[in-house]
Ligand binder design. Structure first.
Ligand code: SF4
Length: 307
């Protein structure tokens, strides 16, 4: 892998960590039954569900196509709708997510399942492919998810997951997201220090704007012009963003799960693409973009199932 055209800004990391440590960050509810199995669901079904749903938890919209739909009077958008649709199936037939069923999943089933107002999610065939691969690999190598998740530490789990195409991302976005859910539900014993943040568009955009990652000028220009970056540059940049948030967690002695929940909400509601709502942002006193009045988005890398 070539040189990284960016670096960590330690001063910014320290000041951002200090502000975050005053915010009393709290974890989201991982037992919200609109999206996740109930507390009394059996462990194997819960493992199956999270392994499958995280495997397909990547970008749901492309261009102007927004993945959105009203269900029982409530509008769900993006990954919220994805997980809501997941629970519709889980409530009807939780064995849908068993590895053996996934390994034989018909792409047309996924097309008819993941439907928003404008039709099926844009890459339903890719999602079917990822689910089939997850199911087949669990069946072949472990038999059940109970055995898959019987690990001693985070590295062992990361290694096991990396044989699955959905989890092959070198930045491990989906693997860390899965780890976060299972730890928060008390289904995985991992040292908190081994949990890293799952780096997606929101966490990348916020890191660039806060200035905890310092980008070289030509990368800023690529972003400003909306140029699509290749897989290699995307990975190098996201790895650095992950290091930056990891440093924030350590300096601020923060709970990585609560921090990820906070940043995800911030990215969806406040530090949004193009027009951030800085007046309502608790980080504006330490935000480089706010102080300079120059706001970039995340780098553009649409065609991926990594995040
Ligand atoms: S101050 Fe504005 S640009 Fe900075 S993190 Fe907050 S919303 Fe984003």
């Amino acid at each position: 892998m070539s040189r990284v055209p960016a670096s960590l800004n330690i001063d910014r990391i320290v000041s951002v960590a200090k502000v975050l440590s005053t915010l009393s960050l709290s974890r989201a509810d991982v037992f919200d039954t609109r999206f996740f199995p109930p507390r009394d669901a059996d462990t194997e079904s819960v493992y199956n569900y999270f392994l499958a749903m995280v495997a397909i938890d990547h970008r749901t919209h492309l261009g102007n196509y927004v993945f959105s739909r009203k269900i029982n009077g409530e509008v769900f958008t993006g990954s919220d709708l994805l997980w809501r649709l997941g629970m519709e199936v889980f409530n009807r037939d939780k064995s849908f997510f068993s590895p053996i069923r996934l390994s034989m999943l018909d792409p047309l089933t996924v097309r008819d399942w993941l439907v928003g107002d404008y039709g099926p999610v844009w890459d339903y065939g890719v999602r079917a492919y990822l689910l089939r691969d997850v199911g087949a690999k669990v069946v072949r190598h472990y038999g059940t998810t109970l055995r898959l998740f019987d690990v001693n530490d985070a590295d062992e789990l990361l290694n096991r997951l990396s044989i699955m195409i959905a989890y092959e991302d070198p930045v491990r976005k989906k693997a860390y997201l899965l780890m976060k859910f299972l730890v928060a539900r008390g289904l995985l014993k991992i040292r908190q220090g081994d949990i890293k943040l799952p780096i997606d568009n929101h966490l990348t955009r916020i890191a660039y704007r806060l200035g905890i990652v310092r980008l070289e000028d030509w990368v800023v220009e690529l972003i400003r012009q909306g140029v699509h970056v290749d897989r290699d540059l995307d990975i190098r940049l996201r790895l650095l963003v992950r290091d930056a948030w990891d440093a924030v967690v350590r300096v601020g002695k923060l709970d990585p799960i609560a921090l990820d929940d906070f940043l995800w909400r911030l990215g969806r509601t406040t530090c949004i693409v193009d027009k951030p709502r800085c007046e309502q942002c608790p980080l504006r006193s330490v935000c480089q973009a706010y102080s300079r009045g120059f706001f970039i988005n995340e780098h553009v890398h649409y065609l991926t199932y990594y995040y």
